[in-house]
Design a protein around this ligand. Structure first.
Ligand code: SF4
Ligand code: SF4
Length: 441
């Protein structure tokens, strides 16, 4: 039986154009990559190379400052500069710019595969740390810190291949093309965390992957539970997954580990396996390139630091002027105005949407008709219509009672509102008002 969760919306999936496209390398290797020193939410890294140095694929080129992650070269060649470059999260951030020699020479100092089950847990965590793994599903938190925080404190591991936002299919392809490794990675993470239960969550729109994984599970006898969830946005969010799989509520201001759960994205788990069993750091990732304005939508295996422009070129370029370009999904993605910005570790998609696809965002806002759709779609049980009234009418004294700290910025309320009121933005604005002491900005 498929499970479902409270609230959420059913946006058109737009996955047809890439769901059958295998993950392929770029048609042409980038001539130059710009690898940012900051690719996780915890902090940055300090370069250990200088302009003129030769580098190889997988070589450490920057070591983490507190809370950051290791950074590795994704190509072989020579360091051209260390300078501010466009970053897909916005603005210009320091990056190590490398001229690619096109040889893909592997680093001779990559660590040996590890018999991790016999190793000390601290050594295993150090290996994961040195592989520079961050959450690959969009969150960008350092994975070794998440694992360290969870070891011995959780009874349930949830690995999410929900990929619930429209257009995104890279995780779906990972399940189909590397299903055995994915199942192995779930089992490994579960052992590492000492969890009693290991669950791989797949959305119901990936039935071919579910059937494939079920067959592999029967054959390999792995102790991984495969759970299919009704396709609905935002089922991939941490609190929704915990509630749907275990029935436990994550209290406001707390995280999954506080209710004995650890949640990882499937691509992150896959990278952990590669680090331990193959000694591979994060140098490449799968990216879905899609949207109605793209000539040949596809899934690509891309060196970190590759300009977004190169991904678009490998997908045949644009067939019409896009109304908007995003990295990430259309509900939570980041608008891109400069295609020289590079792919970073949490870039799971490049979307070029037509005016028709972007549609509602251009519609003029009208008055609230009190339909209640925003309330029934909110997966956190909030009342965005009350927030709208409180902010727009200046009744900010009402805000403290509206539990705004629970909002996870999923955007369902804005998406569903027939009056095109930017409710998620208003909730964000209301939180700022509260943070600033209750006065309207
Ligand atoms: S109020 Fe927040 S959590 Fe609720 S639907 Fe809107 S953005 Fe999502
Ligand atoms: S969905 Fe929009 S129109 Fe309906 S109650 Fe909420 S704010 Fe009002």
């Amino acid at each position: 039986m498929r499970r479902r969760f409270l609230g959420g919306v059913h946006p058109a999936s737009y996955k047809e154009s890439t769901r059958r496209k295998p993950i392929m390398p770029l048609e042409e290797s980038p001539k130059q990559v710009a690898i940012p020193l900051t690719m996780c939410t915890g902090g940055g890294a300090v370069p250990v190379v200088k302009p003129g140095d030769k580098v190889t694929v997988g070589q450490v080129i920057a070591k983490p400052e507190e809370g950051g992650v290791y950074v590795h070269s994704s190509v072989s060649g020579r360091v051209r500069a260390i300078e501010p470059r466009p970053h897909p999260w916005g603005g210009r951030w320091d990056a190590i710019v490398i001229d690619n020699d096109g040889q893909d020479t592997p680093c001779p100092d990559l660590p040996e595969p590890m018999d991790w089950s016999r190793m000390d847990r601290a050594q295993v965590l150090e290996r994961i740390c040195q592989a520079g793994i961050t959450s690959m599903g969009g969150g960008a938190s350092p994975t070794h810190l998440r694992i360290a925080r969870s070891v011995g404190r959780v009874d349930t591991l949830i690995v999410s291949a929900a990929e619930c936002e429209p257009y995104l299919t890279a995780d779906h392809r990972l399940l189909l093309e590397h299903g055995d490794q994915v199942l192995q990675s779930v089992q490994m993470l579960s052992q590492l965390l000492r969890a009693d239960r290991a669950v791989l969550v797949v959305a119901g729109d990936k039935l071919n992957a579910v059937e494939f994984l079920e067959r592999r599970l029967r054959r390999k006898r792995r102790s991984v539970e495969l759970v299919t969830i009704e396709t609905r946005y935002p089922l991939g969010m941490e609190k929704q997954l915990v509630r749907t799989i275990t029935g436990r509520e994550v209290p406001p201001g707390q995280s999954a580990v506080d209710v004995k759960c650890a949640v990882f994205n499937v691509a992150t788990a896959y990278m952990v396996r590669a680090a331990l069993l193959e000694g591979q750091p994060v140098t490449h990732r799968a990216v879905t390139v899609s949207g109605g304005a793209v000539a040949r939508p596809r899934n690509l295996w891309v060196p970190i630091g590759t300009p977004l422009r190169c991904l678009l070129e490998s997908a045949g370029g644009l067939k019409e002027e896009p109304a908007i370009i995003l990295t990430g999904g259309p509900m939570t993605g980041t608008v891109q105005t400069d295609l020289e910005a590079p792919v970073v570790k949490n870039t799971n998609a490049l979307l070029c949407l037509t005016k028709q696809e972007h549609g509602g965002a251009d519609q003029p806002e009208t008055v609230c008709v009190r339909c209640g759709h925003c309330v029934s779609s909110c997966p956190m049980n909030l009342n965005p219509a009350f927030v709208y009234r409180a902010v727009r009418m200046g009744e900010t004294d009402r805000l403290p009672q509206l539990h705004l700290e629970d909002c996870m910025e999923c955007g369902c309320c804005s998406y569903i509102c027939p009056s095109h009121i930017p409710l998620a933005d208003l909730v964000r604005q209301a939180r700022t008002i509260l943070a600033e002491g209750g006065e309207q900005a």
